[in-house]
Ligand binder design. Structure first.
Ligand code: NAI
Length: 338
């Protein structure tokens, strides 16, 4: 059998690391929901995940975990139902992915969810300050623009804040931009990479088509419609589902892609970069989505805004005022709750 106790010689030391970890404990909060279930399925299929804790307030969550546990991958799945089990679900987690909370209905903005979801995020992070303060957190719950500041404020209050480890998941904006521009320009969307900066709602979503790779040429008269489509793609799904929720399957894919990037970086893989909404000093706002290089400690380097054209600069200006309001609302929610 392969022994893990390899005594490396000088020559092989750089190639083989006996201490490299490739088995991680992941907790999904909101695991029984529209996003949570397919996301947990995709994480169950990820070979880097060896323990998967599925937590939700829904009483049937152990059933979701039981169902997943029959899949022929090596990871162990446990279900946790009800708030009293939150601490156990989070205990020793290395990565926590959070799609817990209410989704939009037609006519609602993401900000309309604040009233219901701010408390959901606050409660999970209050528990995490004790159960797994050093985990990497991936927040899917909307409004992401305000939920990430809430999470950071809760951690700060407990003296446990490590802003390199708290992420707002905006990956679906990138996934959508890749898909839409790929379709328009006849490029396989899988090959596309369009950075998306700003935040994760309406006008705060700023796709940077000028920086797309491979380079694409978008006719001037189509650029505005394409940008708006990315900004409003969530609403496209909400309306198409006609009162039966928002994006779940494409979000589960995007959440699993982001979590996989976090896990790959944790193993020591180099050059893993994703756009994410994080505590930031690259613009005038305290939280901002931009490409970040991931490493073993979370954010290794924030790559910032980079070169953008005049059209994108104008879009970014439009985003800033809204972002400031969303951030302030999140921060005050925790600070005034004292
Ligand atoms: P859903 O209603 O289908 O599922 C949410 C789950 O969260 C339910 O199982 C519910 O029991 C659970 N939950 C509610 N309160 C909880 C609490 N306090 N603790 C633990 N679990 C709790 O909703 P869906 O469609 O899965 O959406 C979840 C969230 O993700 C929404 O806030 C939605 O707006 C957001 N979202 C974010 C996207 C992004 O790009 N970041 C994209 C799409 C949705």
């Amino acid at each position: 059998m392969f022994s893990r106790i390899v005594r490396p010689t000088l020559n092989t030391a750089r190639k083989f690391s006996t201490s490299q970890q490739n088995n991680y404990r992941v907790t999904v909060c909101g695991a029984a929901g529209g996003i949570g279930q397919p996301l947990s399925l995709l994480l169950k299929l990820n070979p880097l995940v060896t323990e998967l804790n599925c937590y939700d307030i829904a009483p049937f969550t152990p059933g979701v975990a039981c169902d997943l546990s029959h899949i022929e991958t090596a990871s162990k799945v446990k279900g946790f139902a009800g708030q009293e089990s939150l601490k156990d679900a989070l205990s020793n987690a290395e990565v926590v992915v959070i799609p817990a909370g209410v989704p939009r209905k037609p006519g609602m903005t993401r900000d309309d969810l604040f009233g219901s979801n701010a408390n959901v995020v606050k409660t999970i992070f209050e528990c995490a300050t004790e159960a797994c303060p050093d985990a990497i957190f991936c927040i899917i719950t909307n409004p992401v623009n305000s939920c990430v500041p809430i999470a950071c404020e809760v951690m700060k209050k407990a003296n446990k804040l490590n802003p390199r480890r708290i992420f707002g998941v905006s990956t679906l904006d990138i996934v959508r931009a890749n898909t839409f521009v790929g379709e328009m320009c006849g490029v396989n969307p899988k090959e596309m990479n369009v950075p998306v900066i700003g935040g994760h709602s309406g006008i705060t979503i700023v796709p940077l088509f000028s920086r797309a790779t491979p380079k694409v040429s978008i006719p001037k008269d189509k650029l505005d419609a394409l940008t708006k489509r990315v900004q409003e793609a969530g609403t496209e799904v909400v309306n198409a589902k006609a009162g039966h929720g928002s994006a779940t399957l494409s979000m589960a894919y995007s959440g699993a892609r982001f979590a996989n990037s976090i896990l790959r970086a944790l193993t020591g893989e180099q050059d893993v970069t994703e756009c994410a909404y994080v505590m930031s000093d690259v613009t005038e706002v305290e939280y901002f989505a931009s490409p970040v290089k991931l490493g073993k400690c979370g954010i290794e380097q924030n790559c910032g805004v980079g070169d953008i054209n005049e059209y994108e600069e104008n879009k970014l200006c439009e985003a800033m005022e809204q972002l400031k309001k969303d951030i302030k609302k999140g921060i005050e929610f925790v600070q005034k709750g004292d």
